[in-house]
Each structure stands twice: as structure tokens, then as C-alpha cells.
Design a protein around this ligand. Structure first.
Ligand code: SF4
Length: 475
């Protein structure tokens, strides 16, 4: 049998079944369940969570667990620890908990890590968090966000043995700047202590493969989970309308989905099951250790999903058979969202895992403008020592030139003199996963500031900083 490279890891033999599974190389399933809004009936939500957990633990075909999201579906969700209190304490080590940095100061994040640690929620995916659904950029800017890199650093330094921490990455980026921004930030997360990664949703399997190749080319063989979505007509409409941050559907794929919708809901659903099967089998062959499935929460659907995925794993044991079926299923549709279609490697899909380093595609990277150079040199002349000065020093000049918010610790010299607080989420260690096509900000009508920071770092020959230099919070 030809299967994906499942990576051998040497973990402590303490009781953490999620960690053990990731290390064992046995392919596994995680079913995503969202923490409800504060207004929801918590008793009913807790009962639903228990039923879902029961359904997941009854799966025998494959190892399975839950992935419990935080602040994902509503602007104001209950605290994840209140929600997960419904889980039996002895079972919590089977699951993954996705802790969001939205509405979190650094202190709140440290408190949340402590709560998770005490509650036995030791497997954490730490993310910066999406903007709340439907809000405007000034509302996003009024919230606090804890950068995922800072959160990983807090977890790793505070609980190096107890917490098992991962980082998220969005490989579905189709311009070089956007893609490298994601990859560099993932490497920074790994440098700060992330021990596994979760790749965000997408239907373009070339991008899942590209990420795997990129990491193995760099010798970063950490375990990975691919996040897959079971589409409903409503979700398809929201994604097509650009309402779900960081998720894109190409025009060709939209036509396929519209055709599937033409006849009946049953036909649409059947097509989505088949797609989920193909993606799951592909992820296993491409070397992912498991998948995290969104949109399958009801116990009956969980049972169906587990059975179908297990059938697909049986059906596709060889990469060539799988890639033929994948292409036929998609009728060779273009999965990159026109006009952007950058893939880092040439010959993706020629094999599951190349024997030698795969050929790399030439990246057309934008250059810094004369204005950007001038601005950089002027700021460097004026604020080169801002990191060691009091927040009041040069305050008015900083406010005029970069929109200073008087942080206790100025980070301008570490971010090419672009203030991280001009990012609506205030992220300083790299971009979030939600940017829009062409590197537009997830929430504001302008370019993501981290693209500008990357351009300047490239011009200064200091791209390594984007992976290696950890930037602590400003306050
Ligand atoms: S500026 Fe970049 S990192 Fe900040 S919210 Fe916008 S897209 Fe995300």
C-alpha cells in the first residue's frame, strides 16, 4: 500500500490521546463544533456537545475526536471553557481546542491559557481570530486581538511540557506576497513553539500539497491537519459573496457548484459527500495526519461522514488513482481564483512526494516604490531608537507620520517603521489568514500592512526577520 508520509514523532508517553495520535501516524478525523453565542441556551448547547462527543467516541473505523472552535460563528460567544465544561474531564485529552485571540489582551490570553491548562484542555490551536461577522473596520480596530505568535510564545514559555500547541496557516493564497506571508508566519510560529499545524479550508488540493512540499523542503516535518468543509447552499453563497474571511472559490468551481445546486438539495449534498471523500483520501496520501471537518455536527451526519471517509481511504490507496479521480470529479476545472494563480512549485501532482527537491516557479514580487524607500529612510532617521525610548518621545512626529498609539513598547524599528497598530487587528508578527484577493486587508479598504512590511524586508535583504524575529506585544 502506498500511503502518505506519516511523520514519526517522539512524544512523552503521558495521557494525551490527541498528541499520541498525531505522533502515531494513524490517520484520524476531527469534527468541528462551534462554541455557541452568549445568548444561546447553554444547557441545550451542553447536551448537544455531549451527544456529539458520544457519536464521535462511538466511531470505530478510524480514530476520531472533536475540534472545538472559539469566537467563530458570532460576535459574542460564550467562553470556550464554560462550553467545554460539559465534556467529561477524562475525555478532554482526545480533542483539539481552538483558542481565538479576538477580544483578548495579552493578559486575557495568559488567563485563558491558565484556564485551559486547569480544565485539562491541553491541545490548543492558537489563532489570532477573524473579525466578527458583519462588522466594519473601525469596530474591528476597537477590539483587542492577541497575535497568534504571541499566544504560542506565552503557551510555550508558560507551560512547555503540559500544553501541546499548534499554529494555523492559510495556504490558499494565490499571489507570491500573500503566500510567503503565510509561510513565513507559520515558520515563526514553529520557532516559537508550535508543534503541529492546521491548514485552513479550501478545495484546491494543489495548495494542500504545496504547503506539505514547502515544509518538507525546509526540513520542517511537523504533523499537519487539513481543515475541510462540507458545503451547504447557504455556505456556498456566503463564500461566493466573500463573506467568509480567507476562503475563496474560483469562477470554474463556482460554476460546478451552481450546476450541482440546479436540481435538488439531495443531489447537491451527494456531490459534497463525494468531494469530502476525495479530499480526505487525498490529504492522507499527501502526508496529512488527519482532517478537521467543518459543517458535520449532527450525530447521524458524523456517523455517515466516518463511514464514507473510511470507504474512501480503502478506495484510494495509490496517489495516481486518486489524482485521476480528483481531476475527473472536478472536470479539470481551474481551482485558482482568476486573475491570481501563483503556485510555488512546478509539477505539483506529478507525484505525492518528490524524490528530489521539486522545481520552483519564478515569483514576480512587487518592488518597493520610491515613496516607500523615502518614508522608510526618514522614519529610520527619526525613530531608529523608538523601541528603547519612552512612549512620549517623538510622540507628535510618530503620530503624524505613522499614527502612533503610544504603546508602552514601541515596535516601529522591528516592523520597518510601519506601525502594527495600523493593522485593524494590531498584529505585529505577520498577517492573519483572512486577507482578500491580491493581499487586500480582511477588514479595511487597503493593502494588508504585512505585505508592505515584507516588501521592505525584501529590499533590505532581511526576509529572515519575518521568520526568526519574535516581536513581543506593545502593551
Ligand atoms: S492588515 Fe493584514 S493582518 Fe491586519 S487585519 Fe488586515 S489582512 Fe489581517
Amino acid at each position: 500500500m502506498e500511503s502518505g508520509i506519516q511523520l514519526e514523532m517522539n512524544f512523552e508517553p503521558n495521557r494525551n490521546r490527541f498528541r499520541t495520535r498525531l505522533g502515531s501516524g494513524e490517520f484520524f478525523l476531527l469534527f468541528e463544533i462551534n462554541t455557541p453565542s452568549r445568548q444561546a441556551d447553554m444547557k441545550a448547547a451542553a447536551e448537544r456537545l455531549q451527544e456529539t462527543e458520544f457519536a464521535v467516541s462511538a466511531i470505530t473505523a478510524l480514530p476520531a475526536g472533536l475540534a472545538i472552535t472559539d469566537k467563530y460563528t458570532a460576535a459574542d460567544t460564550a467562553h470556550i471553557c464554560d462550553f467545554t465544561a460539559a465534556l467529561a474531564p477524562g475525555e478532554r485529552d482526545r480533542h483539539l481546542y481552538i483558542l481565538s485571540g479576538r477580544d483578548c489582551t495579552s493578559r486575557n490570553m495568559r488567563d485563558n491559557l491558565k484556564l485551559c491548562h486547569h480544565a485539562g484542555m491541553h491541545n490548543l490551536l492558537l489563532v489570532s481570530g477573524n473579525a466578527a461577522p458583519g462588522e466594519e473596520s473601525r469596530q474591528t480596530a476597537a477590539r483587542h486581538y492577541c497575535d497568534s505568535v504571541n499566544a504560542i510564545h506565552f503557551a510555550h514559555t508558560g507551560y512547555p511540557e503540559e500544553l501541546f500547541v499548534g499554529g494555523a496557516v492559510n495556504p490558499f493564497k494565490y499571489t507570491p506576497d500573500e503566500l510567503f506571508g503565510q509561510y513565513f508566519k507559520l515558520v515563526k510560529k514553529i520557532n516559537c513553539g508550535a508543534e503541529f499545524f492546521v491548514a485552513n479550508f479550501g478545495w484546491d488540493m494543489l495548495k494542500f500539497q504545496e504547503l506539505r512540499w514547502y515544509l518538507s523542503n525546509r526540513g520542517l516535518n511537523l504533523p499537519g491537519i487539513a481543515r475541510l468543509m462540507m458545503l451547504t447552499p447557504e455556505k456556498f453563497e456566503s463564500i461566493a459573496a466573500g463573506k467568509i474571511p480567507g476562503i475563496r472559490i474560483s469562477p470554474d468551481f463556482q460554476i460546478i457548484l451552481q450546476n450541482e445546486l440546479k436540481y435538488s438539495f439531495t443531489q447537491f449534498e451527494a456531490a459534497q459527500w463525494r468531494r469530502l471523500q476525495l479530499q480526505a483520501a487525498g490529504c492522507r496520501l499527501l502526508g496529512y495526519n488527519g482532517i478537521q471537518i467543518s459543517g458535520v455536527e449532527r450525530p447521524d451526519k458524523i456517523r455517515i461522514a466516518a463511514a464514507r471517509i473510511s470507504e474512501a481511504l480503502e478506495e484510494f490507496q495509490h496517489f495516481d488513482d486518486w489524482s485521476k479521480a480528483y481531476h475527473e470529479h472536478l472536470a479539470r476545472a481551474e481551482m485558482a481564483p482568476y486573475p491570481h494563480r501563483f503556485y510555488l512549485f512546478n509539477k505539483l501532482f506529478a507525484s505525492a512526494h518528490p524524490e528530489t527537491a521539486p522545481p520552483v516557479n519564478h515569483a514576480q514580487l512587487p518592488t518597493v516604490s520610491r515613496w516607500e524607500r523615502y518614508y522608510y529612510e526618514l522614519s529610520r532617521f527619526m525613530f531608529a531608537h523608538a523601541g528603547r525610548q519612552s512612549p512620549d518621545e517623538h510622540y507628535y512626529a510618530k503620530r503624524l507620520l505613522v499614527g502612533c498609539s503610544r504603546c508602552e513598547r514601541c515596535r516601529l524599528p522591528e516592523t520597518c517603521f510601519i506601525c502594527p497598530n495600523t493593522c485593524p487587528k494590531g498584529l505585529s508578527n505577520g498577517p492573519c489568514g483572512g486577507s482578500r484577493p491580491g493581499g487586500r486587508c480582511e477588514v479595511a479598504e487597503r493593502e494588508c500592512i504585512h505585505q508592505r512590511i515584507m516588501r521592505l524586508n525584501r529590499w533590505r535583504n532581511s526576509l529572515d526577520q519575518l521568520e526568526e524575529h519574535y516581536i513581543p506585544p506593545g502593551n
